[in-house]
Design a protein around this ligand. Structure first.
Ligand SMILES: C[S@@+](CC[C@H](N)C(=O)[O-])C[C@H]1O[C@@H](n2cnc3c(N)ncnc32)[C@H](O)[C@@H]1O
Length: 382
């Protein structure tokens, strides 16, 4: 049985470099980045570490194989040829999900049932049985066909990695936790610096920042599909969790502030922060951005602004932009990072043109991350 495996960290388009950096920080240097994913040369023992620690990836998939499949026979044969028995136990439950993009095999339900049939037959031959109880661990299989190349994977995460388990209350337009973690990492925030989200909703950005600042593994309080797989030694999960627990920095002061006009959102933020174990790290207060008063010379704003009519109408949005501009136009020591789908935002926030604009996706919605760099503390003071 091979000990070298290939894992695929799936991610939202635009976050490839962030996830690559996270992987390198975890000591994974043998990685290959392409659109929407990073492939990682790893061992089965690495599966717990990656699931527990990656902040901006969506899932960790185990790559079983990849081959060209333009017809059902080749899809069947290619699937049957893979060593499923090395991972899926005799009593394993396996569901097959699929996606097909720009490929000859268009019918996803048909591809799914071919793949299921091939795996059942392979396992039947290997385990010498034609009856499967299917009452053991779960092995979610995914068949992804892009430009006639089929990639077959097992999902080691189960529920998406954005589900950290702390978001008990969400607002009407919550940000995915994985994207919020990426936004913080794309800003130059360091844990001693002041970070403000003036429209914090359910607090996701600040909670993710606090978890980064205190080195809390984002997956520490949740379960993963592959925790019950025999192929991954249970000691590997235990060691990874013990290590994550002992890595938490408990004695650190963070400067994190979150405001929102909506009192209910402040309540939601506080209870989410409590569930994440970072309640004491963030000050949440009900406040309209029009009343925002800043007296510090330096700081960072990371915020996900309301978009368009859904949240209050365009006139209200313009007022928000104008308030932001008034507050920060002379605060050159402040960096601002604003995520919005409204392409008019830079016309209203006139302190300068954005230093950088990054195209990202909030779920299916295309958004822009406008980045305005502030002057560094020593430049202003010196
Ligand atoms: C897109 S949501 C932020 C979502 C947040 N990132 C999260 O993860 O839950 C925008 C937030 O802006 C708040 N908001 C709207 N107008 C505001 C204003 N004038 N001042 C402060 N907050 C405002 C809304 O109440 C809403 O919670």
């Amino acid at each position: 049985m091979k000990n070298k495996i290939t894992l695929i960290a799936t991610l939202s388009f635009g976050l490839e470099a962030v996830v690559k950096r996270e992987l390198q920080a975890l000591g994974f240097h043998n990685v290959h980045v392409s659109n929407g994913k990073v492939e990682i040369e790893a061992t089965p023992e690495d599966i717990p570490t990656l699931n527990l620690w990656l902040r901006s990836a969506d899932r960790i998939l185990l790559k079983m194989g990849e081959f060209e499949a333009k017809d059902f026979d080749t899809l069947y044969e290619g699937t049957y040829a893979l060593p499923w028995e090395e991972w899926i136990e005799e009593d394993g439950i396996f569901t097959v999900n699929g996606v097909s993009v720009n490929s000859t095999l268009e019918s996803v339900p048909a591809c799914q049932s071919i793949v299921k049939k091939a795996i059942v037959e392979r396992l039947g031959d290997e385990y010498d049985t034609n009856w499967f109880q299917e009452d053991g661990a779960e092995f979610p299989v995914k068949v992804s066909i892009r430009k006639d190349i089929a990639t077959l994977t097992l999902d080691t995460s189960g529920t998406g990695l954005n589900r950290r388990g702390y978001r008990i209350h969400a607002g009407p337009a919550p940000l995915k936790e994985t994207l919020a973690a990426a936004l913080v990492q794309l800003s130059f925030w360091r844990d001693e610096r002041l970070l403000l989200d003036p429209m914090c909703g359910s607090g996701t950005i600040l909670i993710e920042a606090a978890m980064i600042g205190r080195n809390i593994a984002p997956g520490l309080n949740r379960a993963f599909a592959s925790e019950d797989w025999d192929r991954i030694p249970s000691t590997a999960w235990k060691q990874a969790r013990d290590h994550a627990r002992s890595s938490i920095i408990s004695d650190k002061d963070l400067n994190l502030f979150g405001y929102d006009i909506d009192e209910e959102m402040i309540y939601a933020s506080k209870s989410n922060a409590k569930a994440a174990g970072v309640a004491k790290d963030i000050v949440f207060e009900q406040k309209d951005i029009k009343e925002l008063w800043i007296d510090q010379e330096h700081g960072i704003v990371v915020s996900n602004f309301p978009y368009g009519v859904k949240m209050g109408g365009y006139a209200e949005l313009n007022n928000i932009y104008i308030s932001l501009h008034k507050t920060f136009r002379n605060k050159l020591g402040w960096s601002l990072y604003v995520l919005t789908a409204d392409k008019k935002f830079p016309d209203y926030f006139k302190r300068a043109r954005p230093n950088k604009t990054r195209k990202l996706f909030n779920g299916a919605l295309e958004v822009r991350y406008y980045q305005y760099f502030g002057e560094k503390p020593e430049q202003v003071e010196g």
